[in-house]
Design a binder for this molecule. Sequence first.
Ligand SMILES: [Zn+2]
Ligand SMILES: [Zn+2]
Length: 468
Amino acid sequence: MKILDAHRRMVIRSDGDGTESPLLTEETNPADSPHSPNSKHNHSRPYINPHGSSHSHQHGKSEAPTKYGELVILGYNGFLPPGDRGRRRSKFVLYRRPVANGVKRSKHYVVKTPHNSQAVLNVKQHSISYTLSRTQAVIVEYTEDDSTDMFQIGRSSEPPIDFVVMDTYPATESGPGNENRMAQSTISRFACRILTDRSNSAITRIYAAGFDSSRNIFLGEKATKWQENREIDGLTTNGILIMHPRGQFCGGEAQCGSWREISVGGGVFSLRESRSAQQKGNVVEDEDNVLKDGTLIDLCGATLLWRSAEGLSKSPTKDDLEELVDAINAGRPQCPVGLNTLVIPRKAVTDSAQQQPYVYLKCGHVQGYHDWGQEKDKATRRCPMCLCAGPIVKLCMGIEPAFYVDRGPPTYAFNPCGHMATEKTVKYWEKVAIPHGTNGYIAICPFCAVPLEGSPGYVKLIFQDNVD
Ligand SMILES: [Zn+2]
Ligand SMILES: [Zn+2]
């Protein structure tokens, strides 16, 4: 396991340049995407279109909706193991809503019992109650905001959650991640909310906690909260952490930044002593909660990658990646022992065990499955090409495009899982520290969430091209 030091100082500003991103038409059909939890309520609100274009549905022609970006769960290579279903999927595409459903902070006041207060009882009124003591709570009311779209993420399958995210368990040799461990989940049912400016998707902000079906957020007596300049704010139990990359994610020159905690009100704080400690961290003045291309969001149990629509337009598509696999296969790579042609599968399940290539993780030589060099009572093998002994693993293409930092041939693979990607992509992820347990960090393969092993945690692939 590779332990990384994540306590590096960084200064990041969002690059809100106001440019509209080109539309991407592949991927999820917007009709698939979960509808607004507030759609009923929204219908009574005026439709506001800052671009002044006419509403497509009225004219019967289908105009592609504006894509804001994607949230992709680390550890899935394009889909959840049982397959994407409804609001449970490996990634969630954020599209501009037909009608704005954002909310913004309005008035706040002190009450004795929040559960009896008008704002909490009114299921049409968004509110956050901060319980200070048994006899005192502060209620912050939220009003409709026609300039933003809201998207909510959490473990709950209740309607207000747009993207249902369960804890990620790394896939193993014996099968994909085990899903039967819900009882131990550390992800909040209403973990966080994201608000995108409808006229400038570069301004996409994240906040801890999401509104429940009654449009309330409750911070109980034990939750960390504070009041400054008459504004009240707080943290959720396990918190929402974000990490903005230092530099541009696209291009592969970015480095892992510092992890920060985001408050319910959207403030940025240094990390607590441990994940759920009572004492909040310090305010980080020069950073904000605006997501930038490549920002990681840690929900404590699953980590999401934010890719802006603009950033994704520079990344390879799934078709591009499949073409790259085809290009390597067209070179008819050969097993130096079996002398058979190897075929890299696009998916984990291969059609032909005989053609499945394996990588020798110490040296990078790619071969078929054979017993040559197998050491007695050991899982390791001696490579027939260079006589270096070490573990071997099936090669498999990293096919989720969002994890790529550049375009190019997949000439490297992660150790120990064998997921292939570009050189810059493996080198980027090898240096990214992902929160693990209560206060540790590890580097993982973004395609399967397996902790990387070795130093470095990847290997350059060496194919034996079939020369005849
Ligand atoms: Zn070798
Ligand atoms: Zn992997």
